[in-house]
Design a protein around this ligand. Structure first.
Ligand code: SAH
Length: 345
């Protein structure tokens, strides 16, 4: 059986031609899938015979809602989806004045091991398929009744550790017969996998690349992000420069403020020095307190921001949404697996 929702419109059309059907059928099926059809029987403009032939060869992924939390403060909604193999993944829907943003996961778990992050504590289980990334957008849209204007690949997982599939997902979600979400409305966040950044640059997409920097010096960064031992912060900045040269797109640097670790003035000075010459923007994130983590939120966010600005670097402080629900980084998924007898993977 083949996962039809991971296929591009071209691939579906080619497969339909082989089945002796007209190319037009491919377009019809593609739009049904991208409207969130859960079975071929819903595709009322296809013959019964064709629907049966399709169902014999292909399956349609269709996650169930395992848990849903809605913030009373700001309407932020968190979904925990159960996939066909029983694994659970998280999606967050946030409303801003410029529209609704959905934050999706790219893997079940994560193997990057960042010390402050709840998503990586139990490691990576598997990569998500393109259909499973798309489903997070499709079914969040259908369940919430809200149109999705922006997508951020900032949920669980490292997108550049599942790069080929993420690129396929981008192609699907961008298609005019599908959700038709423009690349400029999509952000991809990476912990800094240098070869992945270079490969992404070659695609020359108009998306926004976010780099989870979290420290400007190698010693601190290696302490909190093991990936820095493979791709050092100097190499990372060099890759960011190359990325900007190739795509002309400004990079956004994520910086989660950790008490006494990365919030010192000298680090703001060093960060400013390293970003200079590259149109970059710093996004300061108040650290979400992860119970299992030794790190605590910084009390110097405003001072750090001022210090960066005094060097001419634009820095914003990310507004925290969904404070009354488990809206951040792997918290809901962890709770759910603890309920089911402990986190196993
Ligand atoms: N793997 C990708 C995308 C997922 S993480 C990446 O590393 O960028 C999304 C963002 O949340 C990253 O910037 C990550 O470093 C940050 N993050 C993880 N745990 C956090 C915490 N406890 N508080 C604040 N930000 C956190």
């Amino acid at each position: 059986m083949t996962d039809i929702k991971s296929m591009t419109q071209g691939e579906i059309t080619a497969a339909l031609r082989e089945m002796g059907e007209s190319a037009f059928r491919g377009k019809q099926i593609f739009s049904w899938l991208h409207k969130g059809a859960r079975s071929f029987d819903e595709m009322s403009d296809l013959s019964k015979d064709l629907r049966a032939r399709l169902a014999a060869e292909y399956y349609i992924t269709s996650p169930e809602i395992a848990c849903k939390q809605v913030s009373k403060l700001d309407g932020t909604t968190k979904y925990l989806w159960r996939l066909s193999d029983g694994n659970c993944i998280e999606t967050v829907l946030m409303s801003y004045h410029h529209g609704n943003t959905v934050c999706i996961s790219s893997q079940v778990g994560c193997r990057m091991g960042c010390k402050f992050c709840a998503s990586t504590i139990a490691g990576k289980v598997r990569d998500l398929r393109a259909s499973e990334m798309l489903d997070q957008v499709l079914f969040t849209r259908l369940d919430s009744g809200r149109e999705i204007s922006n997508i951020v690949l900032m949920g669980i997982g490292e997108p550049l550790d599942n790069r080929e599939t993420v690129l396929r997902f981008l192609q699907l979600v961008n298609h005019p017969d599908g959700l038709n979400i423009g690349m400029r409305h999509i952000s991809l966040s990476t912990c800094g996998i240098v070869p992945g950044i270079d490969a992404l640059a070659q695609e020359d997409l108009q998306l926004t690349l976010s780099v989870s920097l979290h420290a400007p010096d190698s010693e601190t960064r290696s302490r909190i992000m093991p990936v820095n031992r493979s791709y050092d912060v100097e190499e990372l900045f060099a890759a960011c420069h190359r990325y900007f040269q190739k795509t002309g797109r400004r990079i956004s640097f994520e910086y989660a403020m950790i008490d006494g670790v990365n919030d010192n003035d000298w680090q703001a000075d060093l960060l400013a020095k390293k970003i200079r010459g590259m149109p970059g923007h710093v996004n300061l994130i108040p650290l979400n307190d992860v119970t299992e983590s030794e790190f605590k939120p910084s009390r110097r966010v405003a001072a750090f921001q001022k210090r960066l600005e005094s060097h001419g670097i634009t820095a914003t402080v990310r507004r925290s949404l969904g404070g009354d629900i488990d809206a951040s980084c792997g918290q809901l998924r962890r709770k759910e697996s603890e309920k089911q007898g402990g986190v196993t993977a």
